[in-house]
Design a protein around this ligand. Structure first.
Ligand code: UDP
Length: 326
């Protein structure tokens, strides 16, 4: 089966392509390269440069390729940016998602996997967070994904769409050939590794007065290969019913623990200081993956922070300037 991967030149999408190809699927990547990198696209995938704001371009894509299913990663994804520029999220993320859904349904394609977010759960009542947690989007970004999830439910009723939505936290780590390269970089692990590489002076810890054992925020770092495999499992289960799962490592690590792990792995000092809290950061976010594990047998292959940081370090050492293609 041929799978269309929107955002297949991005961090998570490019690894999904890699794993889909390894699992015997064909892959068509649609990406405007605003965040992604041409060099991240697996050479065996078909690459189409295009923009989801352009419905005609999507229609052309479905006419040119016999697509059997869609994995939708292309999106604006920064919580902080969404607070500054809400319409990029509440407008564009929605418009791009609905353009894609409308076009695929018009072309008889009914299988859809949404890359959703754990930013649906601001201030969760129970940690690890299960699917029964009350949904309170933490930002226009989280709201845009939640609105897409609700659109999927309607399209299942009105148009026979079959979907899976996966809500996850901090994608991290790398495969041998694909890793994290954002400009500008906002994410903790690549920032720490840039300090180790001498490309950045220090890492600033955003607050050490949270109600956690060492005072720094706890997050659920999940390896991108594990994430990609979950998307494939979810796709393969769609025939038996639409589904929505939380996805995480099940274990949380503090910012201090991540920095300490990186010091051990890289052998570098990695200077750090304590800065102010970042607005919107909850103290602790950990997902329960029990539902997807029970239903689909998903189990992270890289649950240890050491493995996650080691794979990221291997990639960053080999690609000190990232993909260096733009
Ligand atoms: N963080 C930090 N310093 C940085 C970047 C991130 O202390 O320069 C913290 C951030 O406050 C959060 C964790 O690291 O608690 C992970 O942040 P990231 O931006 O990687 O992912 P997010 O949790 O926002 O999805």
């Amino acid at each position: 089966m041929k799978v269309l991967i929107t955002g297949g030149a991005g961090y998570i999408g490019s690894v999904a392509v890699e794993r889909l190809l390894a699992a015997g699927y064909e892959a068509v990547v649609f990406d405007n390269l605003s965040q992604g990198h041409r060099a991240a696209v697996h050479p065996e995938a078909t690459f189409v440069l295009g923009d989801l704001r352009d419905k005609q371009a999507i229609d052309d894509l479905f006419e040119a390729h016999e697509i059997g299913a869609v994995m939708h990663f292309a999106s604006h994804t920064l919580v902080g940016e969404s607070m500054q520029k809400p319409f990029l999220y509440l407008g564009e993320n929605l418009a791009c998602g609905t353009n894609l859904l409308q076009s695929m349904l018009e072309h008889g394609v009914q299988r859809f996997v949404l890359s959703s977010t754990a930013n649906l759960f601001d201030a969760p009542e129970t940690v690890p967070i299960t699917e029964s947690e009350t949904i309170r989007p933490g930002s226009p970004y989280g709201e845009s994904k939640y609105m897409l999830e609700r659109i999927l439910k309607w399209l299942e009723k009105t148009s026979g769409l079959k979907y899976a939505a996966l809500r996850y936290f901090n994608a991290a780590g790398a495969t041998a050939e694909r890793g994290e390269d954002h400009t500008p970089e906002h994410h903790l692990i690549p920032l720490i590794l840039q300090v180790a590489l001498g490309k950045r002076e220090k890492i600033s810890i955003f607050g050490d007065d949270y109600a956690t054992p060492d005072g720094t925020c706890i997050r659920d770092y999940i390896h991108i290969a594990d994430l990609a495999d979950a998307h494939i499992l979810a796709l393969e289960a769609i025939e038996t019913g639409s589904r929505t799962y939380n996805l995480g490592n099940g274990r949380g690590f503090s910012v201090q623990q991540v920095i300490e792990t990186a010091r051990q792995i890289t052998g570098e000092k990695i200077a750090s200081d304590i800065g102010p809290r970042r607005p919107g950061d909850p103290a602790e976010l950990i997902a329960s993956s029990r539902a997807i594990s029970n239903a689909l047998g998903w189990k992270p292959k890289y649950p240890d922070l050491t493995q996650i940081v080691q794979t990221a370090w291997d990639w960053h050492r080999q690609h000190p300037d990232g993909y260096a293609d733009d």
